[in-house]
Design a protein around this ligand. Sequence first.
Ligand code: SF4
Length: 356
Amino acid sequence: MSVLLRADNLVKHFPIRQHMFGRETAVVHAVDGVSFELRAGETMALVGESGCGKSTVGRLVLRLLEPTSGKVWFGGEDLTALPPQEMRSKRRELQMIFQDPYSSLNPRMTVEQTLVEPLALHGLAPGRHRERAAELMDLVGLAPQYLQRYPHEFSGGQRQRIGIARALAVEPRLIVCDEPVSALDVSIQAQIINLLQDLQRRLGLAYVFIAHDLAVVKHIASHVAVMYLGHIVEYADKRGLFASPRHPYTQALLSAIPLPQPGARRERMLLQGDVPNPIAPPSGCRFRTRCPYARERCAQEVPALRDSGGHSVACHFWEEIAPPAAAVADVAVNERLVRLQAAFRTTGVSKEVETI
Ligand code: SF4
Protein backbone atom coordinates (compact mmCIF):
# COMPACT_ATOMS: atom_id res chain seq x y z
CA MET A 1 0.00 0.00 0.00
CA SER A 2 1.38 3.42 -0.92
CA VAL A 3 2.06 6.12 1.66
CA LEU A 4 -1.00 8.33 2.23
CA LEU A 5 0.41 10.77 4.78
CA ARG A 6 4.00 11.85 5.36
CA ALA A 7 5.05 14.32 8.04
CA ASP A 8 8.47 15.63 7.21
CA ASN A 9 10.50 17.25 10.01
CA LEU A 10 7.53 19.15 11.46
CA VAL A 11 8.34 21.98 13.86
CA LYS A 12 5.85 24.12 15.78
CA HIS A 13 7.04 26.89 18.10
CA PHE A 14 4.55 29.19 19.82
CA PRO A 15 5.91 32.65 20.63
CA ILE A 16 4.55 33.94 23.94
CA ARG A 17 4.94 37.20 25.82
CA GLN A 18 6.52 36.54 29.20
CA HIS A 19 5.47 39.80 30.89
CA MET A 20 2.07 41.38 30.41
CA PHE A 21 3.36 44.87 29.61
CA GLY A 22 6.85 44.01 28.43
CA ARG A 23 8.15 43.16 25.00
CA GLU A 24 10.14 40.21 26.22
CA THR A 25 9.04 37.12 24.31
CA ALA A 26 9.83 33.44 24.63
CA VAL A 27 9.12 30.41 22.50
CA VAL A 28 7.27 27.23 23.51
CA HIS A 29 8.90 24.30 21.70
CA ALA A 30 5.70 22.29 21.21
CA VAL A 31 6.90 20.07 18.32
CA ASP A 32 10.52 19.82 17.20
CA GLY A 33 11.37 17.76 14.13
CA VAL A 34 8.60 15.12 13.96
CA SER A 35 8.58 12.79 10.94
CA PHE A 36 6.46 9.71 10.18
CA GLU A 37 4.55 7.95 7.42
CA LEU A 38 1.07 6.43 7.36
CA ARG A 39 -0.51 4.18 4.73
CA ALA A 40 -4.19 3.88 3.78
CA GLY A 41 -6.06 1.48 6.05
CA GLU A 42 -3.46 1.79 8.84
CA THR A 43 -3.62 3.36 12.29
CA MET A 44 -0.70 5.18 13.83
CA ALA A 45 -1.01 5.95 17.52
CA LEU A 46 0.69 8.97 19.07
CA VAL A 47 1.23 8.44 22.79
CA GLY A 48 2.90 10.37 25.60
CA GLU A 49 2.16 12.47 28.67
CA SER A 50 -0.01 15.56 28.33
CA GLY A 51 2.00 18.46 26.91
CA CYS A 52 4.29 16.19 24.85
CA GLY A 53 3.02 17.71 21.58
CA LYS A 54 0.84 14.86 20.26
CA SER A 55 -2.32 16.95 19.82
CA THR A 56 -0.27 19.71 18.18
CA VAL A 57 1.03 17.14 15.66
CA GLY A 58 -2.59 16.14 14.92
CA ARG A 59 -3.52 19.76 14.22
CA LEU A 60 -0.42 20.34 12.10
CA VAL A 61 -1.28 17.33 9.95
CA LEU A 62 -4.71 18.86 9.21
CA ARG A 63 -3.17 22.32 8.88
CA LEU A 64 -5.44 23.63 11.59
CA LEU A 65 -2.11 25.04 12.80
CA GLU A 66 0.56 26.35 10.47
CA PRO A 67 3.94 24.67 11.05
CA THR A 68 6.93 26.84 11.93
CA SER A 69 8.83 24.66 9.47
CA GLY A 70 8.54 21.22 7.88
CA LYS A 71 6.08 19.74 5.45
CA VAL A 72 2.98 17.55 5.39
CA TRP A 73 2.50 15.40 2.29
CA PHE A 74 -0.95 13.91 1.67
CA GLY A 75 -1.48 11.63 -1.33
CA GLY A 76 1.76 12.98 -2.82
CA GLU A 77 0.65 16.63 -2.47
CA ASP A 78 2.39 19.16 -0.20
CA LEU A 79 -0.43 20.43 2.04
CA THR A 80 1.76 23.13 3.57
CA ALA A 81 2.14 24.75 0.12
CA LEU A 82 -1.60 24.88 -0.69
CA PRO A 83 -3.26 28.32 -0.76
CA PRO A 84 -6.06 28.71 1.86
CA GLN A 85 -8.87 28.28 -0.70
CA GLU A 86 -7.45 24.99 -2.01
CA MET A 87 -6.74 23.81 1.53
CA ARG A 88 -10.40 24.39 2.46
CA SER A 89 -11.58 22.03 -0.28
CA LYS A 90 -8.74 19.55 0.44
CA ARG A 91 -9.87 19.40 4.07
CA ARG A 92 -12.80 17.28 2.90
CA GLU A 93 -10.33 14.38 2.75
CA LEU A 94 -8.87 15.01 6.22
CA GLN A 95 -11.17 15.09 9.20
CA MET A 96 -10.93 15.12 12.99
CA ILE A 97 -12.78 13.47 15.85
CA PHE A 98 -12.52 15.25 19.20
CA GLN A 99 -12.30 14.04 22.79
CA ASP A 100 -15.40 15.93 23.88
CA PRO A 101 -18.02 15.65 21.16
CA TYR A 102 -20.42 17.84 23.12
CA SER A 103 -18.24 20.92 22.87
CA SER A 104 -17.63 20.27 19.16
CA LEU A 105 -21.37 19.98 18.33
CA ASN A 106 -23.49 23.11 17.99
CA PRO A 107 -26.16 22.79 20.75
CA ARG A 108 -28.63 24.83 18.65
CA MET A 109 -28.46 22.52 15.63
CA THR A 110 -30.35 19.26 15.25
CA VAL A 111 -28.38 16.17 14.26
CA GLU A 112 -29.75 16.49 10.74
CA GLN A 113 -28.56 20.10 10.46
CA THR A 114 -25.16 19.04 11.88
CA LEU A 115 -24.76 16.33 9.25
CA VAL A 116 -26.15 18.32 6.33
CA GLU A 117 -23.92 21.37 6.96
CA PRO A 118 -20.66 19.77 5.67
CA LEU A 119 -22.56 18.20 2.74
CA ALA A 120 -23.83 21.64 1.67
CA LEU A 121 -20.43 23.25 2.24
CA HIS A 122 -18.69 20.80 -0.08
CA GLY A 123 -21.54 20.37 -2.59
CA LEU A 124 -22.00 16.67 -1.79
CA ALA A 125 -25.13 14.51 -2.24
CA PRO A 126 -27.10 17.29 -4.01
CA GLY A 127 -30.87 16.87 -3.70
CA ARG A 128 -30.57 14.00 -1.20
CA HIS A 129 -29.21 15.58 1.97
CA ARG A 130 -31.86 14.09 4.25
CA GLU A 131 -31.33 10.62 2.77
CA ARG A 132 -27.55 10.91 3.16
CA ALA A 133 -27.93 12.08 6.77
CA ALA A 134 -30.05 8.98 7.48
CA GLU A 135 -27.39 6.77 5.81
CA LEU A 136 -24.70 8.32 8.02
CA MET A 137 -26.77 7.69 11.16
CA ASP A 138 -27.12 4.07 10.11
CA LEU A 139 -23.40 3.81 9.38
CA VAL A 140 -22.53 4.80 12.97
CA GLY A 141 -25.22 2.64 14.57
CA LEU A 142 -27.81 5.30 15.44
CA ALA A 143 -31.45 5.15 14.43
CA PRO A 144 -32.34 7.70 11.70
CA GLN A 145 -35.48 8.70 13.61
CA TYR A 146 -33.23 10.65 16.03
CA LEU A 147 -32.21 13.10 13.28
CA GLN A 148 -34.46 15.86 14.62
CA ARG A 149 -33.03 15.71 18.16
CA TYR A 150 -30.46 18.05 19.68
CA PRO A 151 -27.01 17.09 21.09
CA HIS A 152 -28.11 17.43 24.74
CA GLU A 153 -30.69 14.66 24.20
CA PHE A 154 -27.93 12.07 23.61
CA SER A 155 -25.49 10.24 25.88
CA GLY A 156 -21.71 10.74 25.64
CA GLY A 157 -21.20 7.63 23.48
CA GLN A 158 -24.04 8.62 21.15
CA ARG A 159 -22.66 12.14 20.80
CA GLN A 160 -19.30 10.64 19.85
CA ARG A 161 -21.12 8.57 17.17
CA ILE A 162 -22.67 11.81 15.85
CA GLY A 163 -19.17 13.37 15.78
CA ILE A 164 -17.93 10.38 13.77
CA ALA A 165 -20.92 10.61 11.40
CA ARG A 166 -20.19 14.29 10.80
CA ALA A 167 -16.53 13.46 10.03
CA LEU A 168 -17.65 10.71 7.62
CA ALA A 169 -20.17 12.97 5.84
CA VAL A 170 -17.47 14.37 3.55
CA GLU A 171 -16.00 10.91 2.73
CA PRO A 172 -12.52 11.50 4.18
CA ARG A 173 -9.45 9.31 3.60
CA LEU A 174 -7.73 10.24 6.86
CA ILE A 175 -9.17 10.94 10.32
CA VAL A 176 -7.21 12.36 13.24
CA CYS A 177 -8.81 10.91 16.38
CA ASP A 178 -7.81 13.12 19.34
CA GLU A 179 -8.41 11.07 22.52
CA PRO A 180 -11.80 9.96 21.14
CA VAL A 181 -12.67 7.55 23.96
CA SER A 182 -10.84 8.88 27.01
CA ALA A 183 -13.93 10.67 28.36
CA LEU A 184 -16.16 7.56 28.04
CA ASP A 185 -16.90 4.53 30.27
CA VAL A 186 -15.02 1.31 29.41
CA SER A 187 -18.01 -0.44 27.80
CA ILE A 188 -18.80 2.66 25.71
CA GLN A 189 -15.09 2.98 24.83
CA ALA A 190 -15.28 -0.56 23.47
CA GLN A 191 -18.28 0.29 21.28
CA ILE A 192 -16.58 3.34 19.81
CA ILE A 193 -13.27 1.50 19.20
CA ASN A 194 -15.15 -1.37 17.54
CA LEU A 195 -17.05 1.13 15.41
CA LEU A 196 -13.84 2.89 14.32
CA GLN A 197 -12.23 -0.43 13.39
CA ASP A 198 -15.32 -1.56 11.49
CA LEU A 199 -15.43 1.74 9.56
CA GLN A 200 -11.72 1.42 8.77
CA ARG A 201 -12.26 -2.05 7.28
CA ARG A 202 -15.31 -0.95 5.26
CA LEU A 203 -14.06 2.43 4.06
CA GLY A 204 -10.27 1.94 3.96
CA LEU A 205 -9.71 4.88 6.33
CA ALA A 206 -6.34 5.80 7.82
CA TYR A 207 -6.26 7.02 11.43
CA VAL A 208 -3.83 9.10 13.43
CA PHE A 209 -4.95 8.01 16.90
CA ILE A 210 -3.91 10.27 19.78
CA ALA A 211 -4.23 8.52 23.14
CA HIS A 212 -2.70 7.90 26.52
CA ASP A 213 -4.38 4.54 27.29
CA LEU A 214 -1.84 1.95 26.12
CA ALA A 215 -4.37 -0.90 26.19
CA VAL A 216 -6.62 0.95 23.74
CA VAL A 217 -3.55 1.77 21.63
CA LYS A 218 -2.49 -1.86 21.57
CA HIS A 219 -5.94 -2.86 20.39
CA ILE A 220 -6.38 -0.36 17.58
CA ALA A 221 -2.92 0.73 16.34
CA SER A 222 -0.74 -0.85 13.70
CA HIS A 223 2.22 1.44 14.58
CA VAL A 224 3.01 3.48 17.67
CA ALA A 225 5.03 6.70 18.02
CA VAL A 226 5.99 7.65 21.59
CA MET A 227 6.46 11.40 22.10
CA TYR A 228 8.34 13.27 24.81
CA LEU A 229 8.61 17.07 24.95
CA GLY A 230 8.05 17.62 21.21
CA HIS A 231 10.20 14.72 19.94
CA ILE A 232 9.34 11.20 18.80
CA VAL A 233 11.58 9.06 21.03
CA GLU A 234 10.46 5.64 19.79
CA TYR A 235 8.56 4.38 16.74
CA ALA A 236 7.73 0.78 15.91
CA ASP A 237 4.94 -1.57 14.94
CA LYS A 238 2.86 -2.28 18.01
CA ARG A 239 4.11 -5.84 18.43
CA GLY A 240 7.75 -4.69 18.58
CA LEU A 241 7.01 -1.76 20.86
CA PHE A 242 5.00 -3.65 23.47
CA ALA A 243 7.17 -6.78 23.44
CA SER A 244 10.50 -4.98 23.54
CA PRO A 245 10.38 -1.26 24.40
CA ARG A 246 13.81 0.27 23.81
CA HIS A 247 13.60 3.84 25.07
CA PRO A 248 13.70 4.37 28.86
CA TYR A 249 10.66 6.66 28.61
CA THR A 250 8.58 3.98 26.85
CA GLN A 251 9.74 1.47 29.46
CA ALA A 252 8.61 3.85 32.22
CA LEU A 253 5.20 4.37 30.58
CA LEU A 254 4.68 0.61 30.35
CA SER A 255 5.86 -0.07 33.88
CA ALA A 256 3.44 2.56 35.22
CA ILE A 257 0.40 0.51 34.12
CA PRO A 258 -1.17 -0.91 37.29
CA LEU A 259 -1.26 -4.69 37.57
CA PRO A 260 -4.83 -5.94 37.52
CA GLN A 261 -4.44 -8.63 40.20
CA PRO A 262 -5.13 -7.33 43.74
CA GLY A 263 -1.94 -7.41 45.81
CA ALA A 264 0.31 -8.13 42.81
CA ARG A 265 3.63 -6.26 42.81
CA ARG A 266 6.30 -5.60 40.28
CA GLU A 267 9.35 -3.42 39.98
CA ARG A 268 8.26 -0.02 38.68
CA MET A 269 10.53 2.32 36.84
CA LEU A 270 9.86 5.63 38.55
CA LEU A 271 10.75 8.82 36.71
CA GLN A 272 12.49 11.56 38.63
CA GLY A 273 11.18 15.13 38.60
CA ASP A 274 8.61 16.80 36.38
CA VAL A 275 8.40 17.28 32.63
CA PRO A 276 10.81 20.19 31.90
CA ASN A 277 9.54 23.57 30.77
CA PRO A 278 9.03 23.49 26.96
CA ILE A 279 10.17 27.13 26.85
CA ALA A 280 13.68 26.03 27.84
CA PRO A 281 13.99 22.29 27.09
CA PRO A 282 17.14 20.52 28.32
CA SER A 283 20.18 20.44 26.04
CA GLY A 284 21.05 17.18 24.28
CA CYS A 285 18.49 14.49 25.07
CA ARG A 286 15.30 16.13 26.33
CA PHE A 287 14.61 13.15 28.57
CA ARG A 288 17.96 13.35 30.38
CA THR A 289 16.67 15.25 33.46
CA ARG A 290 14.42 12.28 34.30
CA CYS A 291 16.35 9.38 32.82
CA PRO A 292 17.96 6.92 35.24
CA TYR A 293 20.61 6.04 32.62
CA ALA A 294 21.70 9.61 31.70
CA ARG A 295 25.43 10.23 31.20
CA GLU A 296 27.56 13.17 30.13
CA ARG A 297 27.06 12.59 26.41
CA CYS A 298 23.28 12.85 26.90
CA ALA A 299 23.61 16.56 27.83
CA GLN A 300 25.81 17.36 24.85
CA GLU A 301 24.36 15.50 21.90
CA VAL A 302 20.76 15.22 20.71
CA PRO A 303 20.13 11.51 20.05
CA ALA A 304 18.81 10.95 16.51
CA LEU A 305 15.83 8.68 15.91
CA ARG A 306 17.70 5.71 14.42
CA ASP A 307 16.08 2.72 12.78
CA SER A 308 17.21 -0.79 13.59
CA GLY A 309 15.16 -3.59 12.02
CA GLY A 310 12.05 -1.44 11.55
CA HIS A 311 12.14 -0.26 15.20
CA SER A 312 13.40 3.31 15.71
CA VAL A 313 14.67 4.77 18.97
CA ALA A 314 16.27 8.09 19.96
CA CYS A 315 18.69 7.08 22.72
CA HIS A 316 22.51 6.96 22.65
CA PHE A 317 22.64 3.88 24.84
CA TRP A 318 19.51 1.87 24.05
CA GLU A 319 21.51 -1.26 23.18
CA GLU A 320 22.97 -1.29 26.71
CA ILE A 321 19.64 -0.73 28.43
CA ALA A 322 17.72 -3.95 29.05
CA PRO A 323 13.97 -3.44 29.06
CA PRO A 324 13.20 -3.85 32.79
CA ALA A 325 10.26 -6.14 33.31
CA ALA A 326 9.02 -5.27 29.84
CA ALA A 327 7.31 -8.62 29.54
CA VAL A 328 5.56 -8.01 32.86
CA ALA A 329 4.48 -4.59 31.68
CA ASP A 330 3.16 -6.18 28.52
CA VAL A 331 1.23 -8.70 30.59
CA ALA A 332 -0.41 -5.78 32.40
CA VAL A 333 -1.39 -4.20 29.10
CA ASN A 334 -2.59 -7.57 27.88
CA GLU A 335 -4.72 -8.19 30.95
CA ARG A 336 -6.43 -4.81 30.62
CA LEU A 337 -6.76 -5.55 26.92
CA VAL A 338 -8.47 -8.86 27.66
CA ARG A 339 -11.03 -7.00 29.79
CA LEU A 340 -11.53 -4.39 27.08
CA GLN A 341 -11.82 -7.10 24.44
CA ALA A 342 -14.44 -8.90 26.50
CA ALA A 343 -16.34 -5.62 26.46
CA PHE A 344 -15.65 -5.33 22.70
CA ARG A 345 -17.13 -8.78 22.11
CA THR A 346 -20.24 -8.21 24.20
CA THR A 347 -20.98 -4.81 22.74
CA GLY A 348 -20.61 -5.77 19.08
CA VAL A 349 -19.76 -3.34 16.33
CA SER A 350 -22.35 -0.90 15.18
CA LYS A 351 -25.44 -1.80 17.11
CA GLU A 352 -26.98 1.04 18.99
CA VAL A 353 -26.88 -0.41 22.50
CA GLU A 354 -27.46 2.75 24.49
CA THR A 355 -30.88 4.09 25.22
CA ILE A 356 -31.88 7.69 24.92
FE1 SF4 B 1 18.56 8.47 28.77
FE2 SF4 B 1 20.77 9.34 27.56
FE3 SF4 B 1 19.18 7.62 26.32
FE4 SF4 B 1 18.40 10.14 26.70
S1 SF4 B 1 20.11 9.44 25.43
S2 SF4 B 1 17.18 8.32 27.01
S3 SF4 B 1 19.27 10.57 28.70
S4 SF4 B 1 20.36 7.24 28.19
